[in-house]
Design a protein around this ligand. Structure first.
Ligand SMILES: *Cc1c(COP(=O)(O)O)cnc(C)c1O
Length: 455
């Protein structure tokens, strides 16, 4: 869609919305004059100091442009600026939030749920662990520990600190997935109340073996929270390998899930989601603020949310996007995820066949690729990765850098063997735009060009 098309679309819908209030006496907003145009021009100039996140040659960090319909719906809703804290602040947008969250729960195979949108994955995980910490306590009422893998998002250890819950990091195997032997040893000691499984780690997109974690749960009786902030939507993809598929197929049995529509769900920032399988956890949010809840007997989202004011526009944008691109296998949205995953596998295989690069033992489980540059030592590889990163950027190919464990790479990758628990700087590429597949040759040519300049 052209940008002009987008603004026409918004203008038409805006007219339709405004008609709903036509009967009111006119109350003109204060004029803001030509000065606004000058300032907006300044802002436009300032904003040019960014990587071109929306372009397929931006293939670095987790950045995916919002779908035009999300942008249009958000802009439209902004003219009302609803607050989904309470029905008084946003009746229609609260109803849309309930529907949008139900679509997410259904995608994971849940028939019942309690959930809501949040400002992002951090706050969504905070709520999930806050509930977990209240429920999972020792006989003397001290809270049991939260356990997440060494590759889990660092937010889990920080959140545990905020909530005063002990935190335990579980080692990972050579693919970056939680090590089940290590986990079993840890849960057998009885101190762990909740295991956080990450379906799609932030660094490399590894998928913890949720099905196996649930087998351990039957024996040891802990709570299972899934952080699928990044990878949740991949449950719709048909081209996952067997282990990852098994993990996603187990999602219906977990206690809580976090997913970020602002990562893979084509939404502007400010859209995370937390869901609980047992709606009865709502009682743990209980409070009795006299300020916001006297107009309706229906549920106010603020009664089941730790955040108070929240952008109703985020719910409207998500709802509209779901209408256009429903969460179904074989649908356009699912095909977009499959395209990114296919692009990641292709890039991984090209890199593996090229002796200038060192690739990890395991192929990508989702759509994130990482590799480093061939050299004698990890220190030299790290330095060269930085040089290739800079060289690629000069050719307008934007990658990312990440420090990752050497244990992800073949044992004999370096002639000077690195220490077992050391790290190497890697190039990393998150191929999360559906267009990345068609742009792969172009991406490869520029990477090749950057590598040729230094190797
Ligand atoms: C991004 C991410 C988070 C944090 O979410 P924000 O939306 O950035 O607050 C947590 N966990 C995982 C796995 C993530 O990828």
């Amino acid at each position: 869609m052209s940008r002009d098309g987008l603004f026409e679309l918004i203008a038409e819908a805006q007219g339709q919305l405004d008609e709903g209030f036509d009967r009111l006496p006119e109350a003109r907003p204060a004029a803001f004059g030509a000065e606004a145009q000058r300032i907006l021009g300044l802002a436009a100039e300032r904003l040019r100091d960014n990587y071109p996140y929306g372009h397929p040659l931006y293939a670095g960090q987790m950045l995916k442009p919002p779908h035009p319909i999300a942008r249009a719906a958000y802009t439209l809703a902004m003219s009302v600026n609803p607050n989904n804290h309470a029905l008084d602040g946003g009746r229609a947008s609260s109803a849309m939030e309930v529907e949008a969250v139900a679509a997410l729960a259904k995608m994971f195979g849940w028939r019942e749920h309690l959930g809501h949108l949040t400002s992002g994955g951090t706050f969504a995980n905070l709520e999930a662990l806050w509930i977990a910490g209240q429920l999972m306590r020792s006989a003397d009422n001290t809270p049991k520990a939260i356990a997440a893998s060494e590759q889990a998002h660092y937010t889990h250890s920080r959140i545990s600190g905020v909530l005063g819950l002990p935190f335990i990091a579980v080692p990972v195997d050579h693919s970056g997935c939680m090590d089940m032997n290590a986990l079993e040893e840890m849960v057998a000691r009885g101190e762990i109340g909740t295991v956080v499984a990450t379906l799609g780690t932030t660094a490399i997109g590894s998928v913890d073996p949720l099905d196996k974690i649930l087998t351990l749960q039957q024996r040891y009786g802990f709570r299972v929270h899934v952080d699928a902030a990044y990878g949740g939507y991949f449950t719709l993809a048909k081209n996952l390998e067997r282990e990852a598929r098994a993990a996603y197929d187990a999602l219906a049995q977990v206690d809580s899930i976090v997913i970020d529509p602002h990562k893979h769900g084509l939404q502007p920032y400010g859209c995370g989601c937390v869901m609980f399988r047992d709606p009865a956890v709502g009682r743990l949010y209980k409070h009795d603020s006299p300020y916001t809840y006297f107009s309706s007997k229906e549920l106010h989202l603020g009664e089941i949310s730790l955040e108070c004011s929240r952008a109703g526009a985020a719910a409207v944008a998500l709802w509209a996007t779901q209408q256009l691109l429903p969460y179904v296998r074989d649908g356009e949205f699912a095909r977009g995820l499959e395209a990114g995953r296919k692009a990641a596998l292709m890039l991984h295989h090209r890199l593996t066949a090229d002796s200038r690069f060192i690739t990890p033992v395991s192929a990508p489980q989702l759509d994130i690729v990482f590799w480093t540059v061939q050299s004698e030592t990890t220190e030299a590889s790290s330095a060269l990765a930085q040089v290739v990163f800079d060289g690629a950027a000069k050719l307008d190919l934007h990658l990312a850098l990440a420090k990752l464990p050497v244990s992800f790479f073949p044992r004999d990758a370096w002639s000077v063997r690195p220490e077992a628990r050391s790290y190497v700087t890697c190039l990393r590429s998150v191929l999360m735009k559906p267009e990345h597949l068609a742009w792969l040759d172009e991406i490869w040519q520029r990477l090749d060009g950057a590598a040729k300049q230094v190797l």
